[in-house]
Design a protein around this ligand. Structure first.
Ligand SMILES: O=C(O)c1ccc[n+]([C@@H]2O[C@H](COP(=O)([O-])O)[C@@H](O)[C@H]2O)c1
Ligand SMILES: Cc1cc2nc[nH]c2cc1C
Length: 339
């Protein structure tokens, strides 16, 4: 058992004034207690990007058409998306899983691509449930299998990211549903929607969330499935199974955190294994992080998704691990502590 007090005692014995590394030390305590060791590891690490499409895009909630999801999947596979470039820069292995894009990818695909398609996009949550419970469970299982494979392959630090035009709409519904945030407060411009589109989106989010809230107490999985996305359900399964297996999960932005909220709701305690990489510019993200009890490492106004906020925060996690494992103790210098 590695308690917080033990990690602080270790840090306070190092060759530096006590607490002189500020929040880097708080992060080191979090990392060591998640991993239950004073020498936590951040390598090898893996990012799994989950892709899916959303029927609600046809109701005018996004600045972009659904075709962009498939085009960005192709760009990620080519190594030239922001996520691919940042993953390579930080030596983070990448996998891409299609959980339910509108158009299947042409074969052959590289070996880091997985076809985990549950369906060709969700139904519109503006007109009824986005998916059935069986579809939700299938997408969850795809994510859980990804966590199983990653841990079996020796990965201890896991990131999830997503690509899915329209997915800030289900993320807003889930945030409102699972945190009590107002639908208006949970709704933002996503990938650059205009004010008019955001107003229409907020009305759709309010109606769908009210429908889901009515069944949440009796049937939480049906409530969640009704306003979910395949990639979000997969991230929830990935986080829940990763936490169960003792992996450390580094969270990305608003959409990934919606997956984390589901994981915590259906598998309580999952959030204990999570570190929040950043606070997204999407306005509802703060409420979602608060509900999980997480303080984001960065607040850089990022709002891309694709796991990029987690990837940019990754060197901070490396720094915290290096601090714990590499720094000498003050007593090795023969100096008494004066602070
Ligand atoms: O996760 C976030 O913080 C985030 C905030 C804004 C936009 N996104 C990305 O933008 C897309 C969804 O935006 P939208 O407006 O189409 O709902 C989707 O591909 C997400 O990866 C992601
Ligand atoms: C171009 C583009 C890239 C993205 N990456 C994640 N979400 C995205 C949305 C758009 C529109």
């Amino acid at each position: 058992m590695t308690s917080e007090a033990q990690v602080w005692a270790h840090l306070d014995a190092l060759a530096k004034p006590r607490r002189s590394l500020g929040r880097l030390e708080t992060l080191a305590v979090r990392l060591a207690t998640i991993q239950q060791r004073l020498d936590p590891v951040t390598r090898p690490r893996r990012i799994v990007l989950f892709a899916g499409d959303h029927g609600v895009v046809a109701d005018g909630v996004s600045a972009w058409p659904s075709e962009v999801t498939g085009l960005m999947v192709g760009t990620i596979l080519s190594g030239r998306a922001t996520s691919s470039v940042l993953a390579a820069a930080h030596r983070c292995d990448l996998r891409l899983v299609d959980v339910g894009g509108m158009a299947p990818l042409p074969e052959p695909a590289p070996d880091f691509f997985r076809n985990g398609r549950v369906s060709s996009g969700t139904r519109s949550l503006a007109h009824g449930p986005a998916m059935t419970i069986a579809e939700f469970d299938a997408a969850w299982a795809v994510g859980a299998e990804e966590a199983d494979h990653a841990v079996a392959d020796g990965y201890r630090l896991l990131i999830a990211g997503e690509m899915g035009i329209g997915n800030t709409t289900p993320a807003a519904c889930l945030t409102a549903l699972l945190t009590g945030a107002s639908p208006e407060g949970a709704t933002g411009p996503g990938a650059g929607a205009s004010e008019d589109v955001v107003a229409a989106k907020a009305r759709i989010v309010a109606a769908a969330t009210a429908r889901a809230a009515a069944i949440l107490p009796d049937d939480p999985r049906a409530a969640i499935a009704g306003v979910c996305g395949y990639e979000i359900a997969a991230m929830a399964g990935y986080f829940a199974r990763g936490a169960e297996l003792g992996a450390t999960m580094l969270l990305d932005g608003y959409v990934a955190t919606a997956g984390a909220l589901i994981a915590e709701r259906l598998a309580p305690g999952s959030a204990n294994a999570m570190i929040a990489g950043h606070r997204s510019a999407e306005p509802g993200h703060e409420a979602a992080l608060d509900a999980l009890g997480l303080e984001p490492l960065l607040d850089w106004g990022m709002r891309l998704g694709e796991g990029t906020g987690a990837l940019v925060a990754l060197p901070l996690v490396d720094a915290a691990a290096a601090l714990l494992t590499g720094v000498a103790r003050l007593d090795e210098l023969g100096v008494d502590r004066e602070d």
